[in-house]
Structures are given as structure tokens and as C-alpha cells.
Design a protein around this ligand. Structure first.
Ligand code: ADP
Ligand code: MG
Length: 379
């Protein structure tokens, strides 16, 4: 945090009045279920985005990010926060979104951000940026919003203004994370419960690729899920159990949409079963579900890629690894693997060597601890 407040002082020539942090997240199981009214099981991670801020009296909003220092200070007026195609559109859109939640922002402010989260890697740097902005704003202007509302404000900003049709998982995990726990979240109702991760290590491997297919395929998948809903006559796919789906799946005439729906319905069950397995301390059972999730994302939802398949399959063969799968939207980004603590070093060197040999990429490897959600304080 000190580095962020010093950067603020250097950039703006004054001291910040509030500072905060919002974590990135990794989803352990329950992928592509959130926008289908299903369950997800993410945890906040120790990497994230720091922010320091101070109010201004002239109605200007100024944003600086150490990670995008070449863009300098990006300035907006309170009355015109429309996106311009730059990174600062994220915090500007959050400020704009506060109005829709009954707490319009009436004063200007200066912001400085600093991140230790790789951006665009599927660890939700965009949600961390939105949630840290909301959390620091709440502190700076004493706004009567809850953590859950800050998550919804972030999602609203990203959906409505940035134009990314994301579900609520990322912002929820960043705002509501709890140290040592994953969150079983019903994305349909926002009911949630924490499940302790137990005595195991979580390791993220960044494939280092992001295929251009990602955003168009995401929109295709959402359309395919909607078509499957219409064919079966449900408002959300996760209203169905796998058993009900089995009986009704023939109503979906398009075999592609049928496979998409099968993934979503079964993945929702895997998320519920996974949380139950962790609750009874059955890490092996959780690992089996992670591996099954990867296969389903690869074959039925078709959002994996050669790099992610290789990383997951390599991990699954290493002794002491309970399970491994792609995490996030797909077509690149990261895998997440659950293993015995004693396996971490062996895992890291084996995966590094194999991936470098196969794809010529040295993958970043991050041992993860499940962390608390966003927080801010006055300075
Ligand atoms: P992800 O959320 O998976 O990391 P996205 O493509 O959704 O990937 O969001 C990445 C975008 O978020 C970046 O292109 C940038 O606009 C913004 N962003 C992320 N981290 C930072 C940061 N530290 N400073 C400024 N903008 C950031
Ligand atoms: Mg994002």
C-alpha cells in the first residue's frame, strides 16, 4: 500500500485521503454457470489492485495507473464519463454506475492504482479495478453502499458501459472473499456460503496466451445457452438438475446447443458437489470433480485450447496433485490445480519444463492463498 500512496504523492503532488485494495479471484469449479443462474465456487487471491485517492473540488476525475504509466493521467468530467476505449473507462464507469444504485457521486477525485495481478490473464483484474474503485469511493465520500452492492455496481459498469456481458462472480469474489475460504455463490439469487479450503495448496499457472476467439465465443455461448433455455422452456439452465436435463434434452434439436446445456447443468452440480466435498475434507473427491470440469469445458462447452489442455493434463499426472482444470472464460488464461503442499515445488518445475518444451513459453506459476475481499481505510 505504501508504494501506492507514494506514487499518488509523486503524481498528484498532494497526500491521498483514502486507500484500499481489491483482490483478483480464481474460480475453483463452476465455470460458465454464473450467467445461467447456477453456482460458482471462487476464492479471492492475495494478488490484486491497490488504490489511493483524494477528493477534488472542481468536478474532475483523474486516474493514473502505475501499470499503464505510459497513458499518463486520464481525465474525465463528472458530467461526461462516457467510455473512450482506455483502461480508465473501468473506474470512470464505476463512478457513473453509482447513480443507478442510488448514491450519485457529486464531487471529483484523483485516483492512483497499482497492481500485482497480471491483467488479461483471467484472474479478473477488471473486477479488482472496479471493486477497488467502489470500495475507495465508499470510504472517501462515506457512501451508504454494502460490499455486495459494490460488486453489483462493478458488474453493472462492466455490462452497461464497458460492454462486457460478464456475470457477477468476479466482482462478488473480489468484494466478498474470506481468508482461507472459497465462496459457494448462487449467481441467480446471490445467496452464498463460505467453505474452508482445508489443508491443500492451490497453484495457478498462466498459459501466457489469450486467443482472439475469446470474446466472440463468449457471446456465442451465451446465445447457445439462451436457445437451449427456450427449447426446454426454462428461464435459466441451472433451474434443471442433471436428471431433469437428461429427460428433456431431446427438446433441444441443435446438438451443439444440447452439449452446451449439458456442460452448464452438470457443471452446476459439480460446483455443489465440490463445495460439499471440501466441507467434509475430501480433497481427492474435489480433485476428481475439477478434472471432470476440465473435460466438460474442453469437449462439451468447447472453450479450452491446446495450451490449457496440455497444462491441465500435465498437472493431473504429477504425484500429489488432486486435480487440475482451466479456470476463467477460456481460450487461454490460467489453469488452477489443487495439490498437497509437498507437491508444489515438484509441480512447478515439471510444469515449467514441459510447457516450455511444448509451446516455447515460460509459464508464470503462482501459489495462491485464499484471501479476504476488498477493504479501504481513511488516511
Ligand atoms: P481480466 O479481468 O481477466 O484480467 P479483462 O480483459 O477483463 O481481463 O480486463 C483487463 C483490463 O482491465 C485491462 O486491459 C485494463 O483496461 C484494465 N486493467 C487491469 N489491470 C489494470 C491496472 N493495474 N491498471 C489499469 N487498468 C487495468
Ligand atoms: Mg475481466
Amino acid at each position: 500500500m505504501n508504494a501506492t500512496t507514494s506514487a499518488f504523492e509523486r503524481i498528484y503532488g498532494k497526500t491521498p485521503e483514502a486507500a484500499g485494495f481489491a483482490p483478483g479471484r480464481v474460480n475453483l469449479i463452476g465455470e460458465h454457470t454464473d450467467y445461467n443462474g447456477g453456482h460458482v465456487f471462487p476464492c479471492a487471491i492475495q494478488m490484486g489492485i491497490f488504490c489511493a485517492a483524494a477528493p477534488r473540488e472542481d468536478g474532475k476525475l483523474r486516474f493514473f495507473s502505475e501499470n499503464f504509466a505510459c497513458d499518463g493521467i486520464v481525465e474525465y468530467a463528472l458530467g461526461d464519463l462516457s467510455p473512450r476505449g482506455v483502461w480508465a473507462d473501468y473506474p470512470a464507469s464505476v463512478i457513473r454506475a453509482f447513480s443507478a444504485f442510488g448514491s450519485p457521486i457529486k464531487r471529483g477525485a484523483d485516483f492512483c492504482f497499482r497492481s500485482d495481478l497480471p491483467d488479461g490473464a483471467g484472474l479478473s483484474s477488471s473486477a479488482a479495478l472496479e471493486v477497488v474503485t467502489g470500495t475507495v469511493l465508499k470510504e472517501l465520500f462515506s457512501l451508504p453502499v454494502t460490499k455486495q452492492e459494490i460488486a453489483r455496481i462493478g458488474q453493472f459498469a462492466e455490462n452497461r458501459f464497458i460492454g462486457v456481458n460478464c456475470g457477477i462472480m468476479d466482482q462478488f469474489a473480489s468484494a466478498m472473499g474470506k481468508s482461507g475460504c472459497a465462496i459457494l455463490l448462487d449467481a441467480g439469487t446471490l445467496e452464498y456460503e463460505y467453505a474452508p479450503l482445508g489443508d491443500a495448496a492451490l497453484v495457478i499457472v498462466n498459459s501466457g496466451v489469450k486467443h482472439s476467439l475469446a470474446s466472440s465465443a463468449y457471446n456465442d455461448r451465451r446465445r447457445e445457452c439462451e436457445a437451449a433455455c427456450r427449447a426446454i422452456g426454462v428461464s435459466a439452465l441451472c433451474a434443471l438438475t442433471p436428471e431433469e436435463f437428461e429427460k428433456k434434452q431431446n427438446l433441444i434439436s441443435d446438438p451443439v446447443c444440447r452439449r452446451r446445456a449439458k456442460h452448464v447443468v452438470c457443471e452446476n452440480r459439480r460446483a455443489l458437489d465440490g463445495a460439499a466435498a471440501l466441507r467434509r475434507g475430501d480433497l481427492a473427491a474435489f480433485g476428481v470433480l475439477m478434472n471432470a470440469s476440465h473435460v466438460s469445458l474442453r469437449d462439451d462447452y468447447e472453450v479450452s485450447c491446446a495450451e490449457l489442455d496440455f497444462l491441465a493434463e500435465t498437472a493431473q499426472q504429477i504425484g500429489g496433485v488432486y486435480g487440475s482444470r482451466m479456470t476463467g472464460g477460456g481460450f487461454g488464461g490460467c489453469t488452477v490445480s489443487l495439490m498437497e503442499y509437498s507437491a508444489v515445488e515438484r509441480f512447478a518445475s515439471a510444469v515449467k519444463a514441459a510447457y516450455l518444451d511444448r509451446f516455447g513459453i515460460d509459464p508464470a506459476i503462482y501459489p495462491i492463498t485464499a484471501a479476504d475481499g476488498a477493504a479501504a481505510r481513511a488516511l
